[in-house]
Design a protein around this ligand. Structure first.
Ligand code: EPZ
Length: 418
């Protein structure tokens, strides 16, 4: 196991080269088996979730190669419709492989992904949508078996804008017979990326980014090369780090409207934000003010994937903040680690009551999930003294070269064996 050793108190300055969006690249990889022709995804981030998804594709019989930052998938020889349970457990979001497997093979067998450290993460919306497309589903001993020789387009109403369920429906519907209309769809920008990728493969998808998406089924899809969007959650994480340490940091490649509420909240803290086209610069100095209230919501609301980072920043701002997590049941598990650093936070159900302290102090803390781990790093960068952050495997799931990028901005951060 490895840990970060971080000496807090350094100002950050410079620009960050953002990775491609983890939450776009994962569904794109799932979509790659919708054709037997070659698919290339450019600038795939070097993160373990991508490596895990690549392993899943190899288990299906696809040939997956990483070279020069790109990942190339040749799935002509893919023939297996089953995903090993060890991989489904490791990558919960592999559930949207159901749509791809059904499109490609007419059947799919996966272990029930189950819950994780941020919540139960049921998949009822995925399964009821696939049933609407004519898929027969049976569940036994923790496994889900889906079968349908040729799916038929349907009207699907999602009573919650689930990102994964929306993506699964698109992956299933692009080669179904006839038209599918998804109402109540998730509007995240990563779904627009998936639509653009599918259309580059010859699909007919329209409306992504709104709550109504229409798909005209086509007989076959062809290969494509595609550059995914930049990671807006990584961008937000670095903006929070700059706010916590003080300094001037620029991120490029993310459209301000894709993190609009985040920028509004950082201005509320007292940071200066300059946003022009896809360049966003933050200037932060002196003691910031707490946000009165942050509520996570589906896009375009405040992203749940930046909730932990916002709490870490507010922990040492002046005043009090109310952080409400509306998307996942247990997404405050990082709070006890912040309390070890002197944070004054009380969690009741889905709400964290934060009383800002003058400054956090260094401690030995352990990451328990991806975004909670990033939050601990943000807290450590702004804290007095040295902090050790253990169990970096969670952070490695979603942040490529995290230490190198922070070091380039001036942070004192080392990665050492435990
Ligand atoms: C995606 O997860 C992201 N993951 C998550 O990012 C992100 O937090 C989430 O969307 C919300 O934006 C990927 O894109 C790989 P959901 P997903 O389905 O698809 C409930 C990160 O840190 N729900 O929109 O799993 C669910 O329990 C990760 O990068 C059902 O009840 O999210 C949750 O409470 C974490 N039934 C809420 O909806 C279902 O069938 C949001 O889930 C599906 C979901």
């Amino acid at each position: 196991m490895e840990k970060y050793v971080i000496e807090g108190g350094r100002r950050l300055a410079g620009s960050v080269a953002l990775q491609s969006a983890k939450n776009s690249v994962l569904p794109l990889l799932a979509a790659s088996i919708l054709t037997e022709e070659r698919v290339t995804i450019r600038d795939a981030p070097n993160i373990s979730d991508v490596a895990c998804m690549a392993q899943i594709l190899r288990e299906l019989g696809a040939n997956v190669r990483f070279s020069g930052g790109n990942v190339t998938i040749d799935s002509a020889d893919a023939c297996c419709h089953e995903i090993p349970s060890s991989l489904t457990r490791e990558l919960r979001s592999s559930v949207f492989m159901l749509g791809s497997l059904l499109s490609r093979f007419g059947r799919a067998l996966i272990a029930y992904p189950g819950g994780c450290d941020i919540g139960l993460r049921p998949i009822d919306l995925h399964l009821s949508a696939l049933k609407r497309l004519g898929v027969g589903i049976s569940e036994r001993d923790g496994f889900i078996f889906c079968e349908c020789a040729r799916m038929k387009g349907a009207e699907i109403l999602l009573d919650f804008p689930s990102v994964g369920a929306t993506e699964n429906i698109l992956l299933a519907a692009v080669k179904a017979e006839g038209r599918t209309v998804v109402t109540g769809a998730a509007k995240e920008p990563e779904i627009v990326d998936l639509q653009n990728f599918l259309n580059a493969m010859g699909a007919k998808v329209a409306g992504a980014g709104t709550d109504v998406i229409e798909v005209e089924g086509v007989k076959a899809l062809h290969g494509a090369a595609f550059r995914p969007m930049k990671d807006r959650i990584e961008a937000g994480t670095f903006l929070f780090a700059a706010a916590a340490c003080g300094g001037e940091v620029e991120v490029e490649g993310v459209r301000p409207e894709n993190i609009r509420l985040l920028l509004h909240k950082l201005r509320e803290n007292g940071c200066k934000i300059h946003a022009k086209n896809d360049k966003i610069r933050i200037e932060s100095g002196g003691r910031l003010k707490c946000n009165r209230r942050i509520e996570t919501m589906p896009f375009p609301g405040f992203p749940t994937d930046l909730q932990a980072q916002a709490t870490a920043l507010n922990a040492s701002c002046a005043g009090c903040a109310l952080i409400v997590e509306n998307l996942f049941e247990t997404r405050f598990k990082y709070v006890p680690e912040l309390q070890k650093m002197g944070a004054d936070i009380e969690v009741k159900g889905r709400t964290a009551f934060v009383r800002g302290v003058e400054r956090l102090h260094g401690a030995c803390v352990t990451a328990g999930d991806l975004r909670g781990g990033a939050a601990l790093v943000i807290a450590a960068l702004g804290a007095e003294g040295v902090t050790e952050v253990l169990d970096l495997s969670h952070i490695d799931r979603g942040y490529a070269d995290f230490r190198t990028k922070l070091k380039k901005l001036g942070a004192s951060i080392r990665r050492v064996g435990v």
